[in-house]
Design a protein around this ligand. Structure first.
Ligand SMILES: [Zn+2]
Length: 295
């Protein structure tokens, strides 16, 4: 199971399934495009610093609109409808849109979108304008996949994406979420935050280990020389039931997922000596739990 695949909004389901088949990927979380034309290129301007981010902040990217946000939902929902047992559609949501909460509800209840992806870009995960979005996702029972770690191609945004910025999610105890890229280069910070959620769940909420809401998406990220170390730390610290395999592949290039699968299983099996059961959890079973998929 690949929990982290990007769509650019023009892929056909045939191309996607062909790539998945050749890589040996059974199911993939496919993330809609960002609701803008300019994002992802290097042409958008460096946002000017501003004081006091509010929900209705003047928008940095003028081409981000409700229409565009709905369009990307429709695209990903259609892909999912064409192969519902293979494609799990996530919407890349721009939470600063005035109607973000309503759009999220519509995407999940009317379009059957299964989850949300967000990247903090000049907003912080703990900004109060985010609370209604978290509340809605929690109520709808859909997981959120957040970017965490250094952010390539988004100008000066890495500071917004540090793992500890997500500690605020302790206030939403039923919201399932994953931090992507093991927070690279803040791998230790990411693991420490998971420990915080584990302790909070067991001691303060009095729930069981299976109720921890934070998952860690191990999509690279980590350069190869750090990868064994990062994966080993996760397993030794007890995260093995919460690690999600992902690739960051383009949906039209899923054949490349094969290299990621081979690399990670080789590191886990040969360098770390992980059991087949552990490998199976990381490569698929944990993701089924994250996504609430019953086989
Ligand atoms: Zn990504």
């Amino acid at each position: 199971m690949d929990c982290h695949v990007h769509s650019i909004g023009s892929e056909s389901i045939d191309t996607i399934l062909k790539g998945m088949d050749s890589a040996g990927v059974d199911k993939a979380v496919i993330i809609s495009p960002y609701p803008s034309e300019s994002r992802g290129t290097d042409t958008f301007p460096l946002p000017k610093p501003r004081i006091g981010v509010t929900r209705y902040m003047e928008f940095t990217y003028p081409d981000v609109t409700v229409e565009k946000q709905k369009e990307v939902v429709e695209f990903i929902a259609n892909l999912q409808r064409e192969a519902p047992d293979r494609v799990i559609g996530f919407v890349w949501l721009e939470p600063r849109l005035k109607d973000a909460v309503e759009i999220l509800e519509w995407a999940v209840t009317s379009k059957e979108v299964k989850g949300v992806k967000m990247i903090p870009d000049h907003w912080y995960p703990y900004d109060e304008f985010m609370y209604p979005v978290y509340e809605k996702a929690e109520k709808l029972g859909v997981p959120i996949l957040f970017h965490s770690g250094i952010l390539f191609g988004f100008k000066d945004s890495s500071r917004f994406c540090r793992p500890v910025n997500y500690e605020v999610l302790l206030s939403f105890p039923d919201l399932k979420f994953a931090l992507a890229h093991i927070g690279w280069p803040w791998v230790d910070e990411c693991i420490a935050l998971w420990g915080r959620f584990r302790s909070y769940t067991l001691r303060e909420l009095g729930r069981g280990r299976e109720d921890i809401r934070m998952f860690i998406d191990i999509t690279p990220g980590t350069p190869l020389i750090y990868r064994r170390n990062a994966l080993q730390k996760l397993i030794v610290y007890g995260v093995e039931d919460y690690m999600l395999f992902g690739t960051d592949c383009r949906a039209s290039r899923l054949e490349y997922a094969k290299q990621h699968i081979e690399r990670d299983t080789a590191i886990l099996r040969q360098l770390i000596g992980a059991s087949e059961e552990t490998i199976e959890k990381i490569m698929s079973r944990n993701a089924l739990r994250f996504l609430d998929i019953k086989l």
